[in-house]
Design a protein around this ligand. Structure first.
Ligand SMILES: NC(=O)c1ccc[n+]([C@@H]2O[C@H](COP(=O)([O-])OP(=O)(O)OC[C@H]3O[C@@H](n4cnc5c(N)ncnc54)[C@H](O)[C@@H]3O)[C@@H](O)[C@H]2O)c1
Length: 291
């Protein structure tokens, strides 16, 4: 997409942080923005702030973990703005410092519900609406650098589980939409100065008691990127039709290390085949379909 003026951007998790940064950035580009979030008060305040920048902003209280809520929001956006051009499936929550086997099922439901089903619901409700007008558009799914590697020091493995899912979903979508006029990107931020570490404070009761302890936000996040910088990075990538949107150069080395470790693991398979038995090759299937 290159022509943004008057077009409509839908952004979930827009009451704060990266979602709000994207709302301001796309709005400054002349787009109308539909801002969706579960926290009504914070969402209204954020939308007011955005309107103060002379941006046409619509605030819709939405729970992305609930397919009906997302579909209702989509209907309201169509009624108010008449079209959808860019969708940023960005709402997300974080579980940290919990070992995998100790996470209650209700919290698994919460983090998978928001981070993964939230994106699935966004694609199901909005992709058909972008297709409907035929003029093209773009879907940006917010994963994380945690969707590409599971950092031992971060102690956020359940979060990474959901973000790997977002990367897979986005790659699948890219396969499906390749050659069409609808672009796809997956956003992989690292430390950004937002409230993500406080997300369990607003956890709905049905997913277990909200956290009321001290603010656990690490200093690395506070010293991290500003949400508007991420917004500008996303806008630039959408203009250029880029799929992977990384935000921190130092994370390239993290991924290099991970990928080298994976590729090196094939040495053991070579040894196994040489010493023990040969496993049949898959022929053309992998090369043709899995590139
Ligand atoms: N901040 C970082 O360092 C960082 C790094 C990598 C990825 N991310 C990702 O960026 C995205 C935005 O997070 P952020 O860092 O701006 O944090 P944030 O907490 O400021 O923003 C997340 C927003 O999502 C909303 N939300 C939570 N549950 C929701 C639900 N069920 N329905 C609708 N909205 C809901 C919250 O109310 C909040 O406004 C998330 O997907 C997060 O995982 C953030």
């Amino acid at each position: 997409m290159r022509d943004f003026r008057g077009k409509v951007a839908v952004i979930t998790g827009a009451a704060s942080g990266i979602g709000l940064g994207m709302a301001r950035t796309f709005g400054r580009e002349g787009m109308r923005v539909a801002m969706l979030d579960r926290r009504r008060g914070a969402l209204e305040a954020a939308a007011e702030e955005v309107r103060g920048l002379q941006i046409d902003a619509l605030a819709i209280e939405t729970d992305v973990s609930d397919d009906k809520s997302v579909e209702e929001a989509a209907k309201q956006i169509e009624a108010e703005f008449g079209r959808v051009d860019i969708v940023c499936n960005n709402a997300g929550v974080l579980l940290h410092d919990k070992d995998l086997a100790d996470i209650p099922m209700a919290e698994w439901d919460w983090i998978i519900g928001v981070n993964l089903y939230g994106v699935i619901h966004g694609v199901r409700s909005f992709l058909p609406r972008i297709k409907k007008h035929g003029e093209g558009g773009h879907i940006v799914n917010t994963a994380s650098i945690g969707g590409f590697q599971v950092g031992a020091a971060m102690r956020t493995p359940a979060y990474a589980v959901t973000k790997f899912g977002v990367v897979a979903l986005s790659e699948g979508l890219r396969n499906e939409l390749g050659g069409s006029n609808i672009g796809v990107s997956v956003l992989a931020p690292a430390a950004t100065d937002t409230g993500i570490y406080r997300s369990a404070r607003d956890k709905p009761e049905k997913f277990g008691a909200p956290d009321v302890g001290p603010d656990p936000t690490p200093a690395t996040l506070r010293a991290g990127a500003q949400p508007d910088q991420i917004g500008r990075r996303v806008l630039d990538a959408v203009k250029r039709g880029e799929f992977y949107i990384f935000t921190h150069l130092e994370t390239r080395d993290w991924l290099l290390k991970r990928h080298e470790g994976i590729i090196d693991s094939f040495d053991s398979l070579e040894r196994f085949e040489a010493e023990i038995e040969r496993i049949p090759r898959m022929g053309v299937f992998a090369a043709e379909k899995n590139e």
